[in-house]
Design a protein around this ligand. Structure first.
Ligand SMILES: CC(=O)[C@@H](O)[C@H](O)C[C@H](N)C(=O)O
Ligand SMILES: O=CC(=O)COP(=O)(O)O
Length: 272
């Protein structure tokens, strides 16, 4: 018998996805690196960083639940995603992401959406596949969307190989996620293959920070290849002016700007 719960949960999913996006495009700034990397530049004064990026075009910020109270006063009505697993670069194996929370805990922390990171090709893939699948089942019971951070990452794996990335994003869809984030393959031509591998909105990670032009060219290339946006952390929150780089990324994602126009709008050097 259709109790309507499915319809209710579906409408909740859509409403919450709209809180972390604008017209189907996503500018998410993850700052869950406080576990992975520690108190790095941009995450020490977390409040100022959140204020700068949410005041300049970001659709949502993403953290672990423990710092939620430091995010809410500054997130300027934008969306909030709570990350539910983690690892550190000082531990024995960064690919061994361990659960760090629950859907209930994320809701208590004020999350609109939850996220989970799995490393396809790592020694921990089997457990992580099961954990992501269980998470989507549980989250969807409450109408909570899941952002899957599916990397191709493990012994002998090329993290930017388009076929591996295509496999990683399809796994997210097969396991019930609502949005998938993965690494960029490096150029639009090969990333088209990645975006075509799934019906889910695909967003890209930024990886370690490069020049402003490299960052904006990456965003432009991903959008041209069919991506729906970014879940870009270090390139934004470690910038000397997180608000400016966010404005440039937003000009590409939300306004269709070219690389040079986006850099110019944000007052960033159009260095070649
Ligand atoms: C620090 C990294 O290598 C990133 O790719 C992280 O894996 C991504 C994630 N935000 C994390 O911090 O775990
Ligand atoms: O959670 C981390 C990401 O989504 C990507 O972070 P990056 O610093 O852009 O690689």
């Amino acid at each position: 018998m259709n109790t309507g719960a499915g319809a209710g949960a579906r409408s909740g999913l859509i409403a919450r996805l709209n809180r972390i996006s604008t017209d189907g495009r996503y500018l998410i700034v993850p700052m869950d690196h406080g576990i992975t990397l520690g108190p790095v530049k941009g995450l020490v004064d977390l409040e100022s960083t959140v204020d700068a990026i949410t005041d300049n075009g970001a659709d949502a910020v993403l953290t672990q639940r423990g710092v939620a109270s430091r995010v809410h006063p500054n997130k300027n009505t934008k969306g909030y995603i709570v990350h539910l697993n983690g690892s550190t670069v000082i531990g024995p194996d960064t690919t061994d992401k361990r659960p760090t929370g629950s859907v209930e805990g994320a809701l208590r922390a004020g999350a609109d959406v939850v996220s989970f990171h799995i490393n396809i090709g790592s020694d921990h893939e089997p457990d992580q596949l099961t954990q992501l699948s269980n998470l989507t089942e549980e989250a969807h019971r409450y109408g909570i969307p899941v952002l899957a951070m599916n990397y191709a990452r493990g012994p002998g794996i090329d993290e930017h190989d388009p076929e591996s990335l295509a496999h990683a994003v399809r796994i997210a869809e097969e396991l019930g996620a609502d949005v998938v984030k993965t690494a960029y393959s490096g150029e639009p031509e090969s990333f088209e293959q990645v975006c075509a591998a799934t019906q889910l909105p695909v967003v890209i990670a930024g990886g370690s920070r490069g020049t402003d032009r490299q960052t904006i060219e990456m965003v432009r290339g991903a959008i041209d290849a069919g991506a729906a946006g970014v879940s870009m952390g270090r390139s934004i929150f470690q910038h000397d002016n997180p608000g400016s780089i966010t404005r440039a990324v937003s000009a590409v994602i939300h306004d269709g700007a070219s690389v040079d126009t986006a850099l110019d709008i944000a007052g960033l050097e159009i260095e070649v």
